[in-house]
Design a protein around this ligand. Sequence first.
Ligand SMILES: CSCCC(=O)C(=O)COP(=O)(O)O
Ligand SMILES: [Mg+2]
Length: 231
Amino acid sequence: MIRVILTDIEGTTSSISFVHEVLFPYAREHMGEFVRDWRHEDPAVGEQLDRVAEVSGCDRDDIDDLVRTLEQWIDEDRKETSLKTLQGMLWEQGYQHGAFDGHVYPDAAEYLRFWHDRGLRLYVYSSGSVKAQKLIFGFSSEGDLTPFFSGYFDTNVGGKKESASYRTIIDKLGVEPETVLFLSDVDAELEAAEAAGLKTCWLVREGDLPDTDHRPVARDFREVDALLQRH
Ligand SMILES: CSCCC(=O)C(=O)COP(=O)(O)O
Ligand SMILES: [Mg+2]
């Protein structure tokens, strides 16, 4: 019996193009100005710059090199926790100034509400920081969806392709792994979750459906709900 839904964001609740064509370009454009303005003002920014220097090997005092590294990581879609944390901080300005709304598919919004009202517990697990997760759902094209979520996980629990991360989440939730349904568009993430004992469903929003019979596949959240009815 599924009692908890754990969902990815990019490619699952929200379009890949919104992340890659709106959020990442905004972060690319504003990162330099943001870290230069805030590195001495906000200790949290300084702390993330410490981590960027540590991971990249850049000189901590060379702000130009740190900014170049962050820009390169954005171009490479690196899932570094420090980059993701800084992105979340600067996207807040974009949402608040109305530069964009968070894209959420209408079917995702509809079923998140429906599952919440039916008593399922909903959680997010994304490479985007917890702050970025709350922003995309709080300022979403479908309204404020944050009341439907019981909690949020980011790469501070570990990478999404590592099964240990899912074990950590299960421990924190205090539930049996087979009562959790993990939704994602990435095969390697689903495999890692399955290795930890979670149930999974592969979201394929666009293109051909994969030829697989070892896990359910869904085009949208309405099809996920049909799967839930069978559990
Ligand atoms: C939280 S919105 C920004 C998404 C993001 O930065 C990202 O890297 C997408 O990761 P996901 O794990 O949601 O596919
Ligand atoms: Mg994804």
